[in-house]
Design a protein around this ligand. Structure first.
Ligand SMILES: [Zn+2]
Length: 98
């Protein structure tokens, strides 16, 4: 149930907000509270809830996956986002807090 919940939330909170820098602040304020309200975050890659030791991480492209998933995606020193073709450095991913 939580996993099904999660996917539209990501689209609303992560992807949309970050794909348009000029709208970023407005959307984040508006949707942020709704996202925060659902404090349980399930990683769509590993289909498990994030925890203190496996926190959600925001990639440079704005997509959010769990830290465990991120570590699995690392290929050498590069990380390839599971949602989009963007290659990035794993250390650029930022932990997000709920
Ligand atoms: Zn991405």
């Amino acid at each position: 149930v939580i996993t099904e919940y999660f996917i539209p939330l990501t689209a609303a909170c992560g992807v949309t907000a970050l794909s348009s820098p000029s709208l970023h602040v407005e959307i984040e304020v508006d949707l942020g509270k709704r996202c925060w309200y659902h404090s349980v975050f399930a990683c769509p890659i590993l289909r498990q809830q994030t925890t203190d030791s496996n926190p959600p991480m925001k990639l440079v492209c704005g997509h959010i996956i769990s830290k465990d998933a991120l570590n699995k995606m690392i290929n050498g020193s590069k990380l390839k986002c599971p949602y989009c073709p963007m290659e990035q450095v794993p250390s650029d991913a930022k932990q997000i807090y709920f």
